[in-house]
Design a protein around this ligand. Structure first.
Ligand SMILES: [Zn+2]
Length: 141
């Protein structure tokens, strides 16, 4: 359980369920929020309290609104963070794409310069691999 909720000053926590000190109704099941709904006269799944003092009822109406508002704020915050995160991802993708383009250009440049230098070296390495092939072939015989 989290910290003791103020709501339990208005009734007894039955873990789970509650007993309202105003109307003395007992409910099996539900926690602090359900009890708040009972006191506030809100919610469809709970009997509304008919003995609760008006100021207590109003207090828990505000409390429930606050909880709702906080949930909404958390959801909005989460959405905002996801948006921000996807923005960051896009940025890094751009950078990645740029890096890939650069390395491709560099590879292209090397391939061309390599070609120019390379007929000697290329045929040399070709000869080498040919040599391996030949020696493999000789081994297989
Ligand atoms: Zn009650």
């Amino acid at each position: 359980m989290a910290e003791r909720d103020l709501v339990w000053e208005h009734g007894e926590n039955k873990h789970p369920g509650f007993r309202c000190k105003y109307c003395l109704r007992e409910k099996k099941g539900g926690g602090a929020t359900r009890f708040k709904e009972h006191l506030a006269g809100r919610g469809r799944e709970v009997v509304h309290c008919d003995h609760v003092p008006v100021e207590v009822r109003d207090y828990f109406r505000c409390e429930l609104d606050r909880i709702q508002g906080r949930k909404k704020a958390i959801a909005e915050e989460k959405y905002r963070k996801e948006q921000a995160a996807s923005h960051i991802d896009l940025t890094s993708d751009d950078e990645l794409a740029e890096a890939i383009a650069l390395s491709k250009a560099e590879a292209e440049f090397r391939r061309r310069t390599g070609d120019r230098y390379g007929h000697g070296g290329g045929s040399g390495s070709g000869g080498g691999s040919g040599g391996i092939k030949v020696s493999l072939g000789e081994l297989l015989r």
